[in-house]
Design a protein around this ligand. Structure first.
Ligand SMILES: Cc1cc2nc3c(=O)[nH]c(=O)nc-3n(C[C@H](O)[C@H](O)[C@H](O)COP(=O)(O)OP(=O)(O)OC[C@H]3O[C@@H](n4cnc5c(N)ncnc54)[C@H](O)[C@@H]3O)c2cc1C
Length: 481
């Protein structure tokens, strides 16, 4: 059997890696993706392994969200073993940054996340923070409330200091560049794998069977089983392929993150706020470079603007906001840090915000994308399930809920949808310096947002369901189906 994996981000590569562990030497795998990976979400990621840290006030209300959380929680537990498997498989070809790695010691993988409840935004933060605490209690996850003064390397501006903070022991992070380098090395040295530096233009299908992939270079790659895992570019490829299947749109969740060098103020733990205003809040994560390299790099994240088309450069406002937030909400001494790199990545974001994972009505064609904010974290679980599906094996029945040709999941009530969008828009305004002169003005703004969002719901026919907050602009601009 020849397996053709289209894409070279964490989702595609971790699935290809799982296949190398499970296929026989008579099988073959072709991986297609551009070596320079423009817009790669994986390379821009922090890459935090957060489950509880991602919870918000409206999370875990539907069975879909509960199952998604279950997969995320499973991924937290699977990462140490997955990383061990990667190190073992890389053998002599381990990147030098991994030379002294013992999984949770001496490498890019570490754990311990502080979540702050500060006054940089508005009350929406408090509600999200409370939801995190409740979930930690409900699921018996190890955590402790800490005095914010005790958080290492935490020196916020006086007026933005946190009044509450919680430490989550098991939520960690990795350096995604090192992880990809490692999987590249594993695949590049495996006899059954061929890696092609190229871009898929379209898929060629006939009689409900994909026959080949046509590259932008004109080359044709034939195969038996195909996986499309190119992140945010999936919709464009499907459109050009004219396969006649209906898959909801995948948008470009354009995110900027910054790598800084902070020699006098080094991070040892992840410090972040809850998610806010349709994005992931402010976070700062240690960025490991290698055993004999400086240990003072930190990743600051992240902005999120969902767009219908790719965007190649970060907006000055996003960059300025990230620098401002990290300096004032986390450590004022970052003003003396050096800016090493500006990352821009496209979070693959579906219309209903759930991932697209599984087979299609073309019996040899699978899709894996739409992981939005946590595809890096979910990789061990997604790759396990996807490799099984590609090999014709069974997985958890509920995985079908994320099937690529499903109807759009509407699991937010209209009331909640409107409420969350208004809260998110207000939070966004506060984060960007909005300070009303009196409560009436605030009430007026809130009311005008509410009216606009109610009207938007009416316009798109959302009578008994709510628009996800991240998608409000796509609904406003008519990019939804
Ligand atoms: C700023 C930022 C911070 C984030 N932080 C986190 C985090 O802390 N934790 C977490 O879990 N997740 C995080 N995410 C989300 C995470 O990065 C994504 O969910 C995940 O990386 C998606 O992986 P992917 O492989 O589907 O897509 P990508 O990583 O985007 O990979 C897709 C690949 O396909 C290739 N490709 C594109 N078009 C074609 C084509 N036509 N033919 C062939 N190949 C093609 C691209 O070059 C790219 O390498 C973050 C994302 C961003 C942008």
């Amino acid at each position: 059997m020849q397996y053709v994996i289209i894409g070279n981000g964490i989702v595609a590569l971790s699935t290809a890696f799982r296949l190398t562990q499970r296929l026989s030497s008579s099988d073959s795998i072709v991986v297609v993706g551009p070596a320079d990976r423009p817009g790669s979400a994986t390379l821009a990621a922090a890459a935090m392994l957060n489950s509880f840290g991602e919870i918000g006030a409206t999370s875990l209300k539907s069975e879909y969200d509960m199952y998604h959380f279950e997969l995320s929680h499973m991924a937290t537990r699977q990462w140490p073993k997955f990383e061990e498997e990667l190190i073992e498989a890389a053998g002599d070809h381990l990147p030098s940054a991994c030379a002294k790695c013992e999984v949770l010691k001496g490498g890019c993988f570490s754990r311990g996340t502080f979540i702050l409840n500060n006054s940089a935004a508005d009350e929406w933060d408090d509600k999200n923070f409370n939801a995190i605490l409740k979930a930690l209690d409900d699921f018996d996850e190890p955590h402790e409330l800490v005095n914010p003064y005790d958080i290492p390397n935490y020196y916020p501006s006086q007026n933005l200091r946190a009044t509450r903070a919680v430490y989550i022991h098991n939520e960690g992070w990795l350096n995604p560049r090192i992880v990809l380098e490692k999987i590249d090395a594993i695949l590049g040295h495996n006899d059954i794998v061929t890696v092609i530096d190229g871009r898929c233009e379209r898929l060629i299908g006939k009689d409900n069977q994909i026959e080949a992939v046509k590259l932008e270079s004109g080359d044709i790659i034939e195969g038996d089983i195909f996986l499309l895992a190119t992140g945010a570019t999936v919709s464009g490829i499907l459109e050009r392929s004219e396969l006649g299947i209906k898959v909801q749109p995948v948008f470009y969740g354009v995110g900027v993150s910054l790598e800084i060098k902070s020699p006098d103020y080094k991070h040892t733990k992840c410090i972040r706020t809850p998610n806010r205003g349709g994005a992931c809040g402010t976070y700062t994560v240690p960025y490991f470079l290698g055993p004999d390299k400086p240990d003072d790099h930190i990743l600051i994240g992240a902005s999120n603007r969902v767009r219908p088309h790719p965007v190649y450069f970060g907006r000055l406002q996003s960059i300025e906001h990230l620098m401002h937030s990290a300096t004032h909400e986390i450590n004022e001494y970052f003003y003396g840090a050096r800016l090493i790199r500006i990352n821009i990545g496209w979070r693959p974001t579906t219309q209903d915000t759930y991932p697209l994972l599984g087979g299609t009505s073309y019996k040899n064609f699978y899709i894996a994308t739409g992981t939005k904010r946590d595809g890096f974290h979910l990789a061990p679980v997604i790759s396990d399930f996807m490799a099984k599906l590609l090999m014709g094996q069974e997985v958890d029945e509920r995985f079908k809920w994320f099937s690529p040709e499903r109807e759009i999941i509407h699991d937010i009530s209209r009331e909640d949808g409107v409420d969350v969008i208004v809260q998110s828009l207000m939070s966004e305004q506060y984060q960007h310096g909005y300070r009303p002169s009196n409560p009436l003005m605030n009430k007026q703004l809130r009311e005008s947002y509410r009216q606009e969002i109610e009207e938007l719901h009416d316009k798109v026919g959302a009578k008994d369901w709510g628009i996800p907050p991240e998608l409000v602009n796509m609904y406003r601009q008519g990019y939804t189906v």
